[in-house]
Design a protein around this ligand. Structure first.
Ligand code: HEC
Ligand code: HEC
Ligand code: HEC
Ligand code: HEC
Length: 120
């Protein structure tokens, strides 16, 4: 009886820490308007995307170490240092790249320009 209770508490504890690990970090929604010129800005649901990668921040924040939370924004390098691709190209590659894969996997992420460029 006592043993069962301990096991149950341990399981609840594990489930809770897993949920905390993928709880939203950094801004919930980001209006990406770093280079905005010809196109409307992009409204990006950061926390929803963290859930979609199951908390694996490195899928986008590729220059950071797993487990870190004080992550640098992409525009700290893209558009600033010569070795990094231009901000727009980095965004299109990462965002559209995954969206194409997800579409093929049966999900429904935006692929058209006005599916991302929504904010005037
Ligand atoms: C999956 C999301 C996504 C889709 C789809 C997308 N873009 Fe973008 N695009 C972005 C993001 C994010 C930025 C960076 C925005 C910023 O910083 O202003 C960007 C930047 C740009 C920029 C440079 C900023 C500007 O206003 O001049 C242009 C031009 C652009 N996109 C054109 C397009 C066109 C044309 C299409 C359709 C063929 C398209 N994009 C589809 C996400 C997307
Ligand atoms: C699908 C891609 C993606 C994933 C996954 C992702 N992020 Fe982000 N994150 C971004 C983008 C894009 C920005 C805005 C970049 C910019 O403005 O240059 C950002 C910005 C941030 C910022 C703000 C940085 C600043 O100083 O302004 C923090 C903090 C952050 N993310 C933390 C996280 C953490 C922690 C995770 C994982 C739990 C995570 N992100 C997962 C794409 C992502
Ligand atoms: C500390 C600087 C730095 C930060 C922060 C950074 N990048 Fe990069 N990124 C680079 C450099 C440098 C390259 C060139 C290739 C390499 O060194 O990995 C690059 C390459 C890329 C590429 C092209 C290569 C590939 O992996 O397909 C994409 C896409 C990309 N970055 C997206 C992002 C996104 C999205 C963010 C923010 C969530 C981000 N980067 C944050 C420095 C950075
Ligand atoms: C790891 C894969 C992945 C990456 C990287 C990614 N997305 Fe998504 N995105 C998705 C999925 C999956 C959906 C939702 C599909 C569905 O609802 O069926 C989505 C949906 C969206 C939507 C619709 C609103 C919402 O959040 O439900 C927007 C806008 C969007 N993404 C923008 C972006 C931008 C901008 C970037 C790059 C900064 C990006 N995405 C990077 C997988 C990704």
């Amino acid at each position: 009886m006592k043993k069962t209770a301990v096991v149950v508490i341990a399981i609840i504890g594990l489930a809770w820490s897993a949920a905390v690990a993928i709880a939203g970090q950094g801004p919930e929604t980001i209006t990406i308007d770093v280079v905005k010129k010809a196109m409307p800005a992009v409204v990006f649901h950061h926390h929803k995307h963290q859930e979609r990668v199951k908390g694996d921040c490195i899928k986008c924040h590729h220059k950071e170490k797993a487990g870190e939370t004080a992550l640098r924004p992409c525009h700290e390098c893209h558009g600033k240092i010569a070795e990094a691709p231009k901000f727009k190209n980095a965004m299109h590659k990462r965002c559209k790249g995954c969206h194409k894969e997800m579409k093929a996997a049966g999900k429904n992420p935006p692929l058209k320009c006005n599916g991302c460029h929504t904010k005037k």
